[in-house]
Design a protein around this ligand. Structure first.
Ligand code: GDP
Ligand code: MG
Length: 798
């Protein structure tokens, strides 16, 4: 045994103690020696010889019934002895009584020192019986025993129950299989060294030990063959063939041994005596004499040490790598708890500044969507804001029906009220103004809700943008959130005020000149179009009904079908193409205007007039609004068309594109013919046929066709105008929120945090550390220290 080997083993035990005891599992997976063999082959005896102590229960029956994990720990001798290298046995004291520096400890009895090895044996027996019962049962739960001595090498040894074939006592019928599995579990670990014990007085071909070892170590690299009971071989036979490796190949070879016989045990033959006798046996045996130095307990111990040494050398790179991984992980975890050194005053300030900056940039990047911790599970940050703008706000605006709360009577009343004493020529336009303003107000609630939602989202964001390190300082985190929340709340007022203004602005001036506004003429034409469509539908339905009727008749009387009916509708179909033509993009006013006049819409409209006599020179047209043209004058175009049917405002939202192109052309007409002043009409014949009767009537009761037209017209104008405002609001509100709330907060957050929190007298409180995190960090630090120490030990060995 070289001193290097001793160092190496000391190292292993040190490592094992360091790591095993700190993290509670065998991360280093250090080598251990496992004894396997059939029942009564002498396994416990071999172990006992290696340890040099008489403490293991042995005997002819099944004695070892639980795995025994035996850790030998070398401690400095009280007599200033150097720890022994080659000599592993202690000849000085009586076999069953430990010396003053020797003791044993069980894992299941922490803190209790066994100075007397006879009682160790008793405790093993008792503990075996406690778990495995007293009637030969076997249990896989190991007994952990540590032996401290200046006279042992640092080794971990495992004694296992022997293999048996026939179940006895409480043993289950599959005892053999169970034991086999248990043994395999221990020897399968690639870093265990297998002591395969076979008795020399049984033919080696029957060796269960070698059979098992071969299963997990087929090349025989980590198996040491131990041949016991050489003294019991038949006279005239010897085991030279086996010991020289000619019978069974094992890289580490076979070692012959002689343990104490049952009789030796009964006569209390001491271990030292037995070892001496063993040595003597080999030295004087005619066959083994020449190889006596390669036989016996001492040589086995030497071999074990060398083997372990090589084995550990091989394992060290792995152990080192493992340690490095553990260190890396621990370092990372430690880093997440933050740096400990912040006690210096300047240091505290820069730490606070650093955490603040990180918080602010995390807040900003969450909004910008550049955060590294973007969730893939749910929308967050900036994407949520986008979602609020587009889906939530957009939809809530979209679902507003611009006229749903306006009853016919509301509109009528508005028309009548706005009429005052004046001629009703203007009525729809004035009433429109009166009616559309409250409708625009409907856009305010969703707009304000949008502001609130974004505000809430920003608050949420600021709650989630703390780093792991910040968790360590709960008070600082709380303050950061508080300051940002204050900032956001401050901005809420101006932002919602601005949004309110946006709506008020829209209500302040109703711009009927807006390029997308439908305009009266187009609205009218769309109404007519609708009516005609309905009329046509009705006619077609009637025709269909008639045809059906006829067909039924024909089926009955076998007549010939008529085809003429369809042609009757032709002229009507042509009449109805006005809107289509207008929407083809001809935006110049005059050709359009002419066409409108020629195409009989105006005549249709005029036909609806209560006073068809009302005259209005076509020459004045350029100075008058279209409304007047439609409602007040007969415009020189004589009433020809049939009276339109009562409007059924099914189509409250006429197609917008068609509307706008019509609106466009109408608007130009209106630009050139600005709203007529009342005096222009003062001399004109009155439409006032309705006026005297109006105040006394129930407004709903007797709506003239013209009134219904007007109502429908107003509805359409309101819808059209409302759509324009809605579009503007849908566009403006998000921009305002972004500017006044989101971007502003982003811009000032850092400065605000600094000015609110970067105050010397606050530092102490802000950097109050969370206790549990502090404890975690300290634990982590200790662990890292341990790993570093272990790594240092490993590094020294290499
Ligand atoms: P285990 O069941 O494999 O642990 O075997 P033990 O160590 O309990 O030994 C079984 C029996 O064999 C005991 O009575 C030992 O005294 C006896 N024995 C073990 N080795 C030898 C040996 O080398 N020579 C002789 N004569 N007896 C031995
Ligand atoms: Mg045993």
């Amino acid at each position: 045994m070289t001193s290097l080997g001793e160092d190496l083993l000391a190292t292993v035990n040190k490592l094992q103690d360091l790591v095993f005891n700190t993290i509670g599992n065998d991360s280093l997976d250090l080598p251990q020696i496992v004894v396997v063999g059939s029942q009564s082959s002498g396994k416990s005896s071999v172990l006992e010889n290696i340890v040099g102590r008489d403490f293991l229960p042995r005997g002819s029956g099944i004695v070892t019934r639980r795995p025994l994990i035996l850790q030998l720990i070398n401690v400095p001798s009280g007599r200033q002895d150097k720890p022994e290298g080659d000599e592993i046995h202690v000849p000085h004291t009586a076999a069953s009584v430990a010396g003053q520096n020797e003791w044993a400890e069980f894992h299941h009895l922490p803190g209790r020192r066994f100075d007397d090895f006879a009682s160790v044996k008793q405790e093993i027996d008792a503990e075996t019986a406690r778990i495995a019962g007293s009637n030969k049962g076997i249990n896989r739960q190991p007994i952990n025993l540590k032996i401290f001595s200046p006279h042992v090498l640092n080794l971990t040894l495992v004694d296992l129950p022997g293999l048996t074939k026939v179940p006895i006592g409480d043993q289950p019928s599959d005892i053999e299989k169970q034991t086999r599995t248990l043994i395999l579990e221990y020897i399968a670990k690639p870093n265990s060294i297998i002591l395969a014990v076979s008795p020399a007085n049984v033919d080696l071909v029957n060796s269960e030990a070698l059979k098992l070892a071969r299963q997990v170590d087929p090349m025989g690299r980590r198996t040491i063959g131990v041949l016991t009971k050489l003294d019991l071989m038949d006279h005239g036979t010897n085991a030279m063939d086996i010991l020289s490796g000619r019978v069974y190949p094992l890289k580490l070879g076979f070692i012959g041994m002689i343990n104490r016989s049952q009789q030796d045990i009964q006569s209390s033959k001491s271990l030292s005596e037995a070892l001496r006798a063993e040595a003597e046996f080999f030295q004087h045996h005619p066959a083994y004499r020449n190889m006596a130095n390669r036989c016996g307990t001492q040589f086995l111990a030497k071999t074990l040490n060398t083997t372990l040494m090589t084995h550990i050398r091989d394992r060290l790179p792995d152990i080192k790598a493992r340690l490095n991984t553990l260190m890396g992980q621990t370092q990372q975890e430690l880093a997440s708890y933050g740096n400990k050194q912040f006690s210096g005053k300047e240091h505290r300030g820069s730490l606070i500044l650093q955490l603040m900056t990180r918080f602010a940039s995390s807040f900003i990047s969450s909004i910008d969507g550049t955060s590294s911790e973007i969730s893939t599970k749910e929308l967050c940050g900036g994407a949520r804001i986008y979602y609020i703008f587009n889906s939530v706000f957009g939809n809530s605006l979209e679902t507003i029906d611009p006229t749903h709360n306006l009853t016919v009577s509301d509109i009528r009343t508005a028309i009548r009220n706005s009429t005052g004493p004046r001629p009703s020529l203007f009525v729809p336009e004035l009433a429109f103004d009166l009616l559309v303003k409250p409708q625009i107000k409907m856009l305010e609630a969703p707009s304000q809700r949008c502001v609130e939602l974004v505000y809430e989202e920003l608050i949420k964001i600021c709650h989630t943008c703390g780093s792991q390190e910040l968790l360590r300082f709960p008070r600082l985190q709380g303050k950061l959130i508080e300051v940002v929340s204050d900032l956001l709340r401050e901005r809420l007022g101006p932002c919602s005020g601005y949004v309110e203004s946006l709506i008020s602005i829209q209500r302040a001036y109703i711009n009927t000149n807006h390029p997308n506004f439908l305009g009266a003429a187009a609205a009218m034409s769309s109404i007519i179009q609708n009516r005609q469509d309905q009329e046509r539908k009705a006619v077609l339905a009637e025709e269909k009904r008639k045809r059906e009727k006829r067909r039924m008749k024909e089926l009955g009387i076998n007549g010939t079908p008529e085809e003429t009916e369809e042609q009757h509708t032709e002229p009507k179909t042509q009449n109805m193409s006005i809107r289509g033509q207008s929407s083809k993009g001809n935006r110049s006013m005059s050709p359009h205007h002419g066409r409108l006049a020629e195409n009989g819409i105006t005549s249709t409209l005029n036909g609806a007039e209560t006073n068809p006599q009302a005259g209005f020179g076509s020459g004045n047209m350029s100075r008058d609004s279209f409304l007047n043209y439609f409602f007040g004058k007969d415009g020189g175009v004589q009433s020809q068309g049939p009276l339109p049917h009562a409007p059924q405002s099914q189509n409250k939202h006429p197609s917008h594109t068609a509307e706008s192109s019509i609106g466009q052309s109408i608007r130009r007409a209106e630009l050139r013919s600005p709203m007529a002043r009342p005096e222009d009409y003062a001399v004109l014949p009155e439409l006032g046929g309705d006026i005297p009767s109006m105040p006394n009537e129930n407004p709903d009761a007797a709506l003239s066709d013209r009134e219904m037209l007007e109502t429908e017209l107003i509805r359409r104008l309101i819808s059209s105008y409302f759509n324009i405002v809605r579009e503007t609001i849908a566009d403006q509100v998000p921009k305002a929120i972004m500017h006044l709330l989101v971007n502003h907060s982003k811009e000032v957050v850092q400065n605000r945090l600094v000015s609110e929190l970067y105050k010397e007298d606050l530092f102490g409180d802000l950097l109050y550390e969370d206790d549990s995190i502090k404890a975690e960090r300290e634990k982590c630090e200790r662990l890292l220290e341990t790993y570093k120490e272990a790594a240092k030990i490993v590094g020294e060995v290499l």
